[in-house]
Ligand binder design. Structure first.
Ligand SMILES: Nc1ncnc2c1ncn2[C@@H]1O[C@H](COP(=O)(O)OP(=O)(O)O)[C@@H](O)[C@H]1O
Ligand SMILES: [Mg+2]
Length: 240
């Protein structure tokens, strides 16, 4: 396992949010942390990144204990974080946004602007457009592309499908699968069940700060009753 989260607890002040979350991601896997709003998905991801350090428990990266490391060190160790609120520079063009991201990154260069454009051809076409004039889906692509410029081995994606139209979400799913094919390991937090089970190899379902279920995505894909029981929503037929 390349990433291990072991019995992590976290709180905001006196308000406890995570109660012993454990999960693991193997190299090359796409794993989804699924759950409704407010169950602790973002907090789990932030605890890995060192943005909300665990009050108890451990985070291991390639067997090394990185619990409590500051976020910049976690990033340098090879973990890239794509936050929920696509924080791109609205006044800079797409090319400039990528250029800024390319500075001061890791020594081992894996990703270049050209390679990023090969994965997201639309961004090449939009290279001269300012961030503020991009659609939601284009902004999400740019946010992911920017994080790739740091050449991460593991990509943490926080609710990438949020606020996007269904067709755009399908397109995004294909692109994330493309990243996986490039060898990236992905941990994704999501509320969108059909998007997640279409993408992920394995799924963890989080409920009120605890892991309620873990299993292959294929199981959730095949079992509507289980999806209903775990997530309490009718999600229709998954895409694949
Ligand atoms: N900065 C914060 N201060 C206090 N409470 C927070 C903060 N961020 C999140 N919470 C609370 O922690 C819980 C889990 O939040 P979060 O991890 O964002 O869940 P999710 O990403 O699954 O929606 C929620 O009850 C939320 O209100
Ligand atoms: Mg969240």
């Amino acid at each position: 396992m390349i990433l291990e989260v072991r019995d992590v607890h976290a709180a905001y002040g006196l308000s406890r949010v995570l109660f012993g979350v454990s999960l693991a991601v193997d190299a090359g896997e796409c794993v989804c942390l699924l759950g409704r709003n407010g169950v602790g998905k973002t907090t789990t991801i932030r605890s890995v990144m060192g943005l909300t350090p665990p009050s108890a428990g451990r985070v291991l990266w390639k067997g090394r204990d990185i619990t409590g490391w500051p976020p910049y060190r976690v990033a340098r160790a090879g973990i890239g974080f794509v936050p929920e609120d696509r924080r791109i520079f609205a006044d800079l063009t797409v090319a400039e946004n990528l250029d800024v991201a390319a500075r001061g990154t890791r020594e081992a260069p894996g990703w270049t602007v050209a390679r990023v454009y090969d994965v997201f051809p639309l961004l090449r076409e939009l290279a001269d457009r300012r961030g503020g004039y991009l659609s939601g889906g284009e902004q999400q692509m740019l946010t992911i592309a920017r994080t790739l410029m740091g050449s991460p081995e593991l990509l943490l994606l926080d609710e990438p499908s949020e606020g996007l139209a269904p067709l755009v979400v399908d397109h995004l799913a294909d692109q994330i699968l493309g990243l996986k094919r490039q060898g990236l390991t992905i941990l994704l937090a999501e509320q969108n069940v059909s998007f997640s089970v279409a993408l992920a190899d394995r799924v963890y379902v989080l409920e009120k700060g605890r892991i309620r279920y873990q299993g292959p995505a294929a199981e959730l894909r095949a079992d509507e009753a289980l999806r209903q029981e775990l997530l309490g929503l009718s999600v229709g037929r998954p895409r694949r």
